[in-house]
Design a protein around this ligand. Structure first.
Ligand SMILES: [Zn+2]
Length: 265
């Protein structure tokens, strides 16, 4: 049994007995891990903000091979992001990125690019203008899927590599655009608007960190539905992005409001 140290993002936390917690974290050096934090439910807890969802923390834990749960020795908060985000829209988008990691990623293999992508996305959720947060989340969804081996193909037919149809036919099951021939044969296809396709290709190819700087997506709703279908098709545990439902409920209930887009920090 080795004692090891790494940093990570807290994904979710739940109670274990009267005094302890189980913490799921995506770590830089050890992939997805679940820790037992003894005494974490006592107040004040010796762990402070280190075990709050969205926090970036340093974890010291006892690593036991072939165990699903690892005993946490120490945790120290490096960035308590959840406590800094007061805007509900920012919070919902930041939580959406945790939800995606929890649903799409599995196993204890480290994946440095994926960890960096998550860090960049959370920074975007804190800093990007509120109107561009949809772009940040969509970019994360597509780039996370790409890192896991499911990069949507937009440059040629996803089935046979022929030139794509001018009708912009996307197949979630095939994972990309189709040529005219395949478009006529495949079921369950979606015809994209020109704006949605342009945004799709932009956010797939640019760094997540840039998404908030240049994209206020004209067809974000359409793109969310396409990406949702695509992810459901390839990731069994993905059942739609629940974290953003709270925003839809609010938008339906309230009249459009003028929002300050630089309200954080
Ligand atoms: Zn084809």
């Amino acid at each position: 049994m080795a004692i090891v140290s790494t940093e990570g993002i807290v994904l979710k936390v739940h109670a274990l007995g009267d005094t302890s917690r189980i913490v799921a974290a995506y770590t830089r050096d050890y992939g997805l891990r679940r820790f037992v934090a003894k005494g974490a439910r006592k107040t004040p807890s010796r762990f402070g903000f280190a075990l709050e969802p969205l926090s970036r923390s340093r974890f010291v834990f006892y690593q036991k091979p072939d165990r699903d749960l690892h005993l946490l020795s120490q945790a120290e908060v490096l960035d308590p992001l959840g406590s800094r985000l007061t805007d509900i829209t920012r919070l919902a988008h930041a939580q959406a990125s945790l939800e995606l990691v929890d649903r799409l990623v599995w196993g204890e293999e480290p994946h440095g690019e994926l960890y960096a992508l998550l860090i960049a996305t959370l920074a975007g959720c804190a800093k990007a203008p509120v109107g561009t947060l949809a772009a940040v989340t969509l970019a994360f969804q597509l780039q996370l899927a790409s890192e896991l081996g499911y990069r949507p193909r937009l440059d040629a037919c996803a089935v046979d590599g022929r030139p794509v149809s001018a009708r912009r036919v996307f197949s979630p099951a095939r994972g990309g655009l189709l040529c005219d021939g395949c478009a006529g044969r495949e079921g369950g296809v979606i015809v994209l608007s020109p704006d949605a396709l342009a945004s799709f290709s932009l956010i797939l190819s640019r760094p997540v960190a840039d998404a908030g700087e240049y994209v206020e997506l004209p067809r974000a709703g359409e793109l969310f539905r396409v990406v949702d279908d695509f992810l459901r098709m390839h990731f069994q545990r993905f059942q739609g992005l629940r974290s953003l439902e709270v925003l839809r409920t609010l938008e339906n209930a309230a009249p459009p409001a003028v929002r300050d887009t630089r309200d954080a920090e």
